[in-house]
Structures are given as structure tokens and as C-alpha cells.
Design a protein. Structure first.
Length: 143
């Protein structure tokens, strides 16, 4: 996996996922991604690509609800995504508590010892930064 940042879109998996999201016109693709993270297949061990996509989905959901991170406001990798968020935000006028709850459970799973992505970051010198980024996302999605 190509990774250059601890933010949700700082890796190839997330950017590939964002390209697929562009074909969607609502929150279904986000929900489907969260369901993959929380599926029975991922319960025992969550593979890194699914975890990275899950964080990207939660970041997009946070943006849809007006909770964008200050850290990545000028991220040129997400300019097209920002246009998608603006369009979908008009339709998603109220927060879906089911997606918020799934997002919170997904973050807990991604941060757990059953997560390959957490293991990969833990083995790097940037683990604390990544963990802080995910914790920030958790607080933004809950707000």
C-alpha cells in the first residue's frame, strides 16, 4: 500500500475507494463499505484495505455532515471528492444515526488488535499520529 499521510485519504486504498464513490449518488456506497468492515468475515481479522476504505467512508460521512478535519482542508487529492460531498450534502439534510453508530463501531474495530491496519501503523514511527488522526475522526463523527 502506498501511504504518504496518516489522514484518511493518505493512502492508495482510500483514493481508489474515493474514485468508486464518484459513481454513487447517495450514502449507500458509504453504508456498504461500513458493512464490509463490520461483516462476519472481518470480525476475527480486519484486513488493511477494508480498514483503510472504512476510514475513508467515515471521513466522507463526517464531511457530508459538515465535520471536515482542519488537518486536511487543502488536500488536493480530495478535490473531486469535495464536489461529491457538496452535491450529496444537499440531499442528506438530516444525520442518519444508524450510519453514525456503524461508523463508531467500525472505528473501534479498526483500532482493535484484530486490525491489520492498526498493526501496520503500530510497526511504524507514525503510529501515534495515525492513532490521533483516527481519534479525531471518531470525535468528529460523534459530534
Amino acid at each position: 500500500m502506498g501511504t504518504w499521510s496518516t489522514t484518511a485519504f493518505g493512502n492508495d486504498f482510500a483514493l481508489d475507494w474515493a474514485q468508486d464513490l464518484q459513481e454513487s449518488k447517495d450514502l449507500f456506497f458509504i453504508e456498504d463499505t461500513l458493512n464490509n468492515v463490520l461483516s462476519a468475515d472481518s470480525a476475527e481479522y480486519l484486513e488493511a484495505p477494508f480498514a483503510a476504505e472504512g476510514l475513508a467512508a467515515i471521513e466522507v460521512l463526517a464531511r457530508v455532515y459538515g465535520k471536515r478535519s482542519e488537518i486536511d482542508e487543502d488536500d488536493e487529492n480530495t478535490e473531486e471528492l469535495d464536489a461529491w460531498v457538496e452535491e450529496v450534502s444537499k440531499k442528506a439534510s438530516k444525520r442518519r444515526t444508524d450510519l453514525i453508530e456503524k461508523s463508531q463501531r467500525a472505528i473501534e474495530h479498526i483500532l482493535s488488535e484484530r486490525s491489520e491496519l492498526r498493526e501496520l501503523w503500530q510497526d511504524s514511527e507514525h503510529y501515534e499520529q495515525w492513532q490521533a488522526s483516527v481519534t479525531d475522526l471518531r470525535s468528529r463523527i460523534a459530534a
